[in-house]
Design a binder for this molecule. Structure first.
Ligand code: PRX
Length: 660
């Protein structure tokens, strides 16, 4: 749980932000054609259950219709019970059946420049073959399948094949380490891993299968491994364990392209997705089928104003929830044409994205503020070289977007007229919950504006009392929504504790927020021990335990430090065991160790050796003071410190904090 009750000091910056006077009303041209109407808010407020029930009836092809909209046994929700459906059927087959087989589902672009075009009919054949292969390899409805892949078409194909047979998947971001993969397999008790030899990143072949081999040493539930050849033997030699490991091209390609989707209950588990919490052990966030499909598809159509001819690009990695909801399930349920790009934005040069937008006439772009700030830093000459006039709507997700980045995005990418939707949500929420509605909402740069229709958001003080307009506090959600998490896999107690105990009867998101006098919401970032680095959630405690893993480390404390590009950067304070010499080599070795244990994204940018840490008399590390030190700020209240000399000593040393 949260260890501190204060809001981050960025609150002061938010005061400045809220002084932001500029407002962007929707243009009359956009309003005239917009999917979203202001009446949605009233309709949803009149009866939110009836609102979602109507959508569920309209948007889902049911095998058996549901009979109850919501069973709410706080904090456990069940939506659309009594119904049966198949999510893959809803994302693919029903579109083919109504004549959309030749519509492109994905334009895929490999980093080296190779491309593939996958229509809905192709997807139906490929997913059916993969589903048949899973069955041949012994996977059954209800079995968990781990997926650890680069951004190649076989990744969504594998997910949809799982959904087609009712086998929940757990996608592990390809940038995670073998150890992180093993932990997720152990927790989910997955029976199979689907992976690739590797993927292309920054012109280099990044290995994946080797990490799977390493993970399997400690993950005995895995019986079979299915491996896509993306790179080839020349660049990545791959060990294939006889009887356990199978090449995708050997097994999948020879299957029948006919497969009948398996009907599952509305509340059947669709997937688990692990995310960092406030302990060292990631949480398996559990999402189910019908409510998730309704929530993701409806928000996708409204918030991105999706039209049949749009070319939609969500530039996230499918390994994160953004990719699950807004590259795979939401867009495919809406028969969208999407872009999937394998590599990094700077390969071969900083205009790779703009080239893709020009080539494919992308009309909707959805990405993270970190990417926008990185592009800003490179300069507008890169987008200026390309025709971006096809873009008609832009989105932002994953972290607060600062007004400068918002305005740059608006002007240099959106040509000064594409509306921007700043969307707030979480792995747990499954779908976007706070966002402008394009064509309806007047936006303010830096504000995610208002709750989506049907969603009840509030900002409360430490006692759970609603804070009047103009004030700040904790962001809470006050009623269930269809795509919400159904729990933490195997740990209902932790689910209750983490989300529902801080404020009884309310979902505590872990974020601070302010509401201005017009009711606009301004997200302040996390108020718990979770950092947000480039839009990736990383637990301070996870990094600390990776550091103390090293025998030379006695204790470690980690905080997030504001960073102009990545939002936050990881700052680690490390106490060494006596007799161990602090030097640069050791600092680098420790940083590399964190990258190996968790992922390169969790590698501390700053590492400082210190003789002691500021603690309360009960021994709790005072991260707030460490944050002050990391930021070079005037120290906050130190009266509860057990030893007030400690911060002075650290301060004196902070000159040696090294930036790498
Ligand atoms: O702190 C909020 C931040 O990202 C957290 C959720 O992270 P994750 O589960 O990895 O999902 C990210 C993609 C949905 C939130 O608790 N966050 C997400 N979107 C925004 C945001 N902070 C401010 N503005 C946003 N638009």
């Amino acid at each position: 749980m949260t260890t501190e009750s204060t809001l981050p000091s960025s609150a002061a910056e938010i005061e400045n932000l809220m002084a932001e006077e500029r407002k962007f009303p929707p243009s009359p041209g956009f309003v005239a054609q917009a999917n979203a109407k202001a009446s949605l808010y009233e309709e949803a407020e009149r009866d939110f259950e009836a609102f979602w029930a109507k959508l569920a009836r309209e948007r889902v092809a049911w095998y058996r219709p549901f009979d109850t909209t919501l069973e709410w046994d706080l904090p456990f929700a069940k939506w659309f019970t009594g119904g049966t459906l198949n999510v893959a059927y809803n994302c693919i087959d029903r579109h083919v059946e109504r004549g959309l087989g030749s519509k492109v589902a994905y334009h895929w672009i490999g980093e080296p420049g190779d491309t593939r075009t996958i229509t809905y009919a192709d997807l139906q054949r490929e997913v059916s073959k993969a589903a048949n292969a899973l069955l041949e390899l012994g996977v059954r409805t209800g079995d968990r399948v781990a997926i650890y892949m680069p951004m190649i078409p076989e990744l969504p194909i594998a997910m949809l094949a799982c959904a087609r047979i009712g086998a929940p998947h757990t996608v592990v971001f390809g940038g995670f380490s073998a150890e992180a993969l093993a932990g997720r397999i152990q927790d989910s008790q997955a029976k199979m891993v689907i992976t690739a030899d590797g993927g292309w990143r920054r012109g280099k072949a990044a290995m994946l299968k080797g990490a799977v081999d390493e993970a399997l040493d400690t993950a005995p539930t895995i019986e079979k491994v299915l491996v896509v050849r993306r790179i080839g033997e020349h660049d990545i030699p791959v060990h294939m364990e006889p009887g356990r490991d199978f090449w995708w091209h050997d097994i999948v390609e020879r299957q029948s392209d006919q497969h009948t989707p398996v009907p599952v209950d509305s509340e059947h588990m669709l997937y688990l997705l692990y995310t960092s919490g406030t302990t060292a052990k990631p949480k398996g966030i559990l999402h189910t089928s019908a409510g998730y499909l309704v929530g993701t598809s409806f928000t996708h159509e409204m918030i991105f104003d999706l039209k049949p001819d749009d070319v939609y690009w969500c530039a996230a990695d499918i390994g994160w929830v953004t990719g699950h909801s807004y590259i795979v399930y939401g867009p495919l349920a809406n028969a969208a044409t999407g872009i999937m790009y394998e590599g990094t934005p700077d390969t071969p040069a900083w205009d790779r994205w703009w080239q893709i937008i020009e080539d494919y006439k992308v009309s909707i772009l959805y990405c993270a503020p970190t990417a926008i700030r990185a592009f800003m830093k490179q300069g507008e000459q890169w987008p200026r070289q390309h025709d971006l006039s096809s873009l008609r709507l832009l989105g932002s997700v994953g972290e607060p977007i600062n007004p400068e980045a918002w305005l740059w995005y608006h002007e240099h990418i959106g040509g000064g007229n594409a509306p921007i939707v700043d969307t707030w949500w979480q792995t747990e929420t499954g779908m976007i919950l706070i966002t402008p509605l394009p064509g309806v909402t007047t936006t303010k740069p830096g504000s995610a504006t208002f709750a989506f229709p049907g969603i009840s958001v509030d900002v409360v003080d430490g006692n759970g009392q609603s804070v009047p307009l103009g004030g700040g506090g904790y962001l809470v959600l006050k009623r269930p929504w269809p795509a919400m998490l159904r729990g933490i896999y195997g740990d209902p107690e932790r689910y209750k504790q983490t989300y529902w105990s801080r404020f009884p009867g309310m979902y505590f998101a872990g974020d601070g927020a302010k509401r201005d006098t017009e009711g606009y919401l301004w997200l302040l970032g996390r108020v718990d021990d979770v950092m947000n680095v480039s839009g990736h959630r990383i637990s301070t405690i996870e990094v600390e335990s990776a550091l103390v893993d090293d025998k030379r480390v006695a204790e470690a404390a980690v905080v997030g430090k504001n960073d102009p590009i990545t939002g936050q950067a990881i700052f680690a304070f490390v106490i060494l065991k006596s007799g161990i010499e602090a030097d640069d080599d050791l600092a680098n070795a420790l940083r590399d160790h964190v990258a190996k244990v968790i992922s390169p994204i969790a590698k501390p940018k700053f590492l400082m050796f210190t003789p002691d840490l500021p603690k309360t008399r009960s021994g709790k590390i005072m991260r707030r003071l460490l944050r002050d030190i990391a930021e070079g700020r005037k120290l906050g209240d130190t009266t509860t410190l057990a030893d007030s000399n400690v911060v002075t000593t650290i301060r004196e040393r902070s000159g040696v904090a090294e930036e790498v």
